[in-house]
Design a protein around this ligand. Structure first.
Ligand code: GTP
Length: 171
């Protein structure tokens, strides 16, 4: 079982392809106001989680709220795929600008699990090929996360691991 001793003063990037379970994991381990979800921000600025041309407005709003929280010393969790280096760099820069630790929790599940979940979902109107592209980006990223600036990296590689992980807060 994976134990995650999470520093209280942290910006947590939940990293994983669509359907890897980021939102479910976030709801299980963090408070509603601690989690900033890109889907939620897309919906706030455009009326729907799926408006892809709302990405810029959604993410600039998300980063703005994250910055306001971090300047108060509030633990903040970003629930977005973050499979591309440029997306993660924004998060590392934001954490550094506020003197908090950037940490990564990666949900790297087998493709068969992701495909089955994607098939079962009615709320993700894109093709399964998107999952494959995101997973390729993710797998290329894994070894470099510490070098990118994440001070702690936890990688969860199976459904069982994700479901049994315990998160504790450490001062
Ligand atoms: P996106 O919002 O598309 O990026 O997905 P996500 O990574 O936030 O995944 P989400 O938490 O929305 O979960 C996707 C689906 O996977 C859910 O509808 C659940 O059915 C299933 N799921 C998520 N987490 C778990 C888990 O820990 N165990 C099991 N058995 N199923 C899960």
């Amino acid at each position: 079982m994976t134990q995650i001793p999470l520093p209280e003063l942290a910006l947590v990037a939940l990293i994983g392809v669509s359907s890897s379970g980021k939102t479910t994991f976030a709801a299980r381990h963090f408070g509603a106001y601690e989690v900033l979800s890109s889907d939620h921000f897309r919906a706030l600025v455009s009326g729907s989680e799926h408006t892809l041309d709302a990405n810029e407005a959604a993410f600039s709003s998300l980063y703005h709220v994250a910055a306001r929280r971090l300047e108060r010393g509030l633990l903040t969790v970003v629930d977005a795929t973050s499979v591309r280096a440029e997306d993660r760099r924004r998060l590392v820069d934001l954490a550094r600008a506020h003197d908090v630790l950037p940490v990564a929790i990666v949900l790297d599940l087998p493709r068969s699990v992701l495909d089955a979940r994607h098939e079962a979902r009615l709320d993700r109107p894109f093709s399964g090929a998107v999952i494959g592209r995101q997973q390729t980006d993710l797998r290329r990223s894994l070894r470099g996360l510490s070098r990118e600036g994440f001070r702690h990296v936890w990688t969860l590689r199976s459904v069982d691991d994700v479901e049994t992980t315990q998160v504790t807060r450490v001062p």
